[in-house]
Design a protein around this ligand. Structure first.
Ligand code: FAD
Length: 322
């Protein structure tokens, strides 16, 4: 049986996303003594990114560069990844549970007729069986799952499995592979982005999220200020998005983004189950709410009962003193 585990790297604007490094650590958990092979698809020279995967623990990296892989399409990337899997015959494949991971991995798994465990938050090996833990029912419960036969294929939730320490003394081979990408059914002509500033919400270590209690778009200003002093990102409940206080791209929860930062500060958020689904795995949760009975206090490590417009300025000043 092969002892290789492939890690599908993900680039954003040519830079590897953090979850790629976490996926390398996950691959090491799957096969401790196995060979960790990074895979990077894109366009142009991918050597620098391959080197970065090696610094984070990959033993070898295969790069697939093609003009049709410049932007992600499930058709094009699936062809490239399937071709690498065919060459390598790995024991396992891991990728981040990101928008791209959620789109690409089921397609690849279906083509291979293999199983897929998605959104794993931890991995244990018990008697040679790799057991993945994943949240279900919007985070109300967890299930443990293993793949009975065939490829051990999984996506991992960002910010749950810590990446290995970056080590520039690590060395490994970088191989470039040609893949004939053909019959693409869709091509991306252009991507028009909404302007967004600051730290990326889904990868932020600190998230300050506002809810309907913030009362207006202007009410979000102190949240942005706190996020700036803490080096974090601003998020929101759906209540705040529905009320037009902020953009839906900030929504956290069952139908929004899933975040697992080191610190999550919920400001004027009641703690509906659909909101908790997107943040309850955060390492430390602080809630600021004027209602002592608010459900958010049931998941919070620290709670401040009070008016957010009085609490936030004090908190900002205190953090500035640190
Ligand atoms: P509210 O529930 O209105 O809470 C506002 C809170 O602010 C209250 O607790 C109040 O005490 C507090 N407050 C008010 N004024 C102040 C003040 N001055 N100082 C301090 N505290 C104050 N929601 C999500 O967030 N994400 C999702 O992805 C999501 N998906 C959903 C999917 C479905 C299918 C459904 C049905 C619902 C979904 N919801 C989602 C909506 C969810 O059920 C709640 O309606 C929503 O989370 C409530 O947002 P909120 O906590 O901001 O508002």
């Amino acid at each position: 049986m092969s002892d290789k585990v492939l890690v599908l790297g993900e680039l954003r604007d040519g830079v590897l996303r953090n979850v790629t490094f976490e996926a390398i650590a996950a691959a090491k958990k799957i096969k401790e003594d196995g060979e960790i092979v990074g895979v990077i698809c894109g366009d142009g020279d991918l050597g620098e990114q391959a080197q970065e995967m090696i610094y984070f623990g990959a033993d070898r990296v295969v790069t697939v560069s093609h003009s049709d892989l410049k932007m992600y399409t499930s058709d094009g990337y699936a062809q490239a990844v399937l071709s690498v899997i065919e060459d390598e015959s790995p024991y396992g494949v891991v990728m981040g549970h990101t928008a791209v991971g959620k789109d690409l991995t089921p397609k690849v798994a279906a083509r291979l007729e293999s199983g897929l465990i998605s959104d794993a938050t931890s991995i244990e090996v018990e008697d040679d069986e790799v057991v993945f833990t994943r949240p279900i029912y919007s985070g109300k419960a967890f299930e443990k799952k293993a793949i009975e036969s065939g490829l051990v294929f999984a996506t991992i939730r960002p910010n749950n499995i810590p990446a290995l320490e970056r080590d520039e003394s690590r060395t490994g081979e970088v191989q470039s592979k040609d893949v004939d990408i053909k019959d693409l059914r869709t091509v991306i002509k252009d991507v028009i982005r909404k302007a967004s500033e600051g730290v990326d919400l889904s990868e932020a270590n600190v998230v300050i999220a506002g809810g309907r209690g913030v009362k207006s778009a202007d009410g979000f200003k102190p949240l942005y200020e706190l996020a700036e002093v803490l080096g974090g990102a601003v998020g929101a409940s759906r209540g705040a998005c529905d009320a037009d206080y902020c953009d839906y791209s900030l929504q956290i929860g069952q139908t929004g983004k899933v975040v697992t930062p080191d610190l999550y500060i919920a400001v004027g958020i009641s703690g509906a189950i659909q909101h908790l689904a997107g943040m309850s795995n955060s390492k430390v949760i602080v809630a600021i709410n004027k209602d002592p009975e608010a459900n958010i206090f049931n998941v919070a490590d620290y709670g401040i009962v009070g008016d957010l417009f009085e609490v936030l300025p004090v908190l900002i000043e205190e953090v500035k003193q640190l």
